[in-house]
Design a binder for this molecule. Structure first.
Ligand code: A2G
Length: 351
């Protein structure tokens, strides 16, 4: 890998390289060179078919933030010695960023305060990126959070799956089909001209936030490949999905997969505390839909991948994607039971 580091003008004789993090999409390495730490990533080009779009979106976001908020911590791309965002070799795209000193990340949210902190960080990013000309940007994954597309992909997977596979996941297939009213609600939002696009992270899980080792406050957000125009229900919904659940999406203890209202309250306070002044009436109205939108879509994506033979999400055992779909089903069912209480929390946060 030394020649890759050299392409970024990094001193190579004393560098150390090790695998880093728990991401499922890109390959990530921690580099120590000349007493500085860096993160080197090989972009997954099956998922990100046009990495140049990521480079351009991050460049525009960085430029906007540096101009308006020079002290805001945003993880910039380090250019190659040729002035490019990536070092490209044999179709592989390599990207380098600084490692943020004194930071740490967590994989599960065990204190409401962490949910508040993380949600605050994502809200702040979107607020600060307001005013950026979105027409300059393109989606790094087209129709990434388009629930209509995800539902079509599910239907196609159903058509192509073997009868045995379908029979073994009948309960889950029935659940996701009978809850497809969410697709219609999404379509209405998509067609609503008063509902704006904003710069949205699109992957707000907890390990995409870096916390300060001393203060335990959020320092910045990372994993910015899907930072692109979208709807706030994506970011808020993924926080509801992953911070409020008492179990991770990998858990098979489905009876413990429950919504924790104190975490919902904390994350709403963190996110809406930053954004509520900027929201349109249509966005405010959609806040209750954010959680189910993302839980339903994620469950559908897991089930689709199971029916397709596990081609997208990495698995370590058979039926893992089916279990993930069951986990999301349990969470969605519990959200539905708690919907009135959650609506009360949202109303209180907005007031
Ligand atoms: O797994 C990945 O990070 C996905 N990212 C994200 O959308 C979500 O499905 C997550 C579930 O753990 C991409 O598909 C790029």
């Amino acid at each position: 890998m030394q020649h890759i580091l050299q392409a970024f003008s990094l001193e190579s004789n004393d560098s150390e390289i090790q695998k880093f993090g728990s991401g499922l999409i890109n390959d990530t390495f921690l580099i120590v060179a000349a007493n500085e730490k860096y993160i080197l990533q090989k972009i997954n080009t099956e998922v990100f078919q046009n990495p140049e779009i990521i480079g351009k979106n991050l460049y525009e976001a960085d430029k906007h933030l540096k101009t308006l908020y020079p002290t805001y911590l945003f993880i910039s791309q380090i250019k190659t010695s040729d002035g490019e965002n990536f070092f490209v070799e044999n179709g592989n795209y390599w990207r380098l960023t600084k490692f943020i000193d004194n930071s740490y990340s967590i994989n599960t949210v065990n204190e409401p305060e962490m949910a508040f902190e993380a949600a605050r960080a994502f809200g702040e990013l979107t607020v600060k990126l307001q005013g950026l000309d979105l027409t300059k940007l393109k989606p790094s994954i087209p129709r990434f959070h388009d629930l209509s597309l995800r539902y079509e992909q599910f239907k196609l997977a159903l058509q192509n799956a073997s009868p045995a596979l379908k029979a073994a996941s009948k309960t889950e297939i029935d659940f996701y089909e009978s809850n497809n009213g969410y697709v219609e609600t999404f379509r209405k939002i998509q067609q609503d001209e008063t509902y704006p696009n904003r710069m949205i992270h699109h992957d707000t899980k907890i390990n995409n936030v870096l916390f300060d080792k001393q203060t335990q406050k959020s320092l910045c957000v990372c994993d910015l490949d899907t930072l692109m125009p979208g709807k706030i229900i994506s970011d808020l919904g993924d926080m509801v999905r992953t911070y409020s659940s008492a179990e991770s999406e990998e858990s098979t203890e489905f009876e413990h997969v429950k919504i924790r209202l104190t975490y919902i309250e904390a994350l709403m306070n963190g996110y809406l505390g930053k954004l509520k002044k900027n929201l349109t009436p249509s966005e405010k109205e959609s806040l209750i839909f954010a959680g189910p939108f993302m839980i339903y879509m994620q469950g559908l994506r897991f089930l689709t991948d199971h029916l397709n033979g596990d081609v997208y999400y990495q698995i370590s055992y058979k039926n893992q994607n089916l279990n993930r779909a069951k986990n999301q089903q349990a969470l969605l069912e519990d959200y539905q039971l708690n919907q009135t209480k959650i609506a009360t929390i949202i109303a209180a946060t907005l007031s």
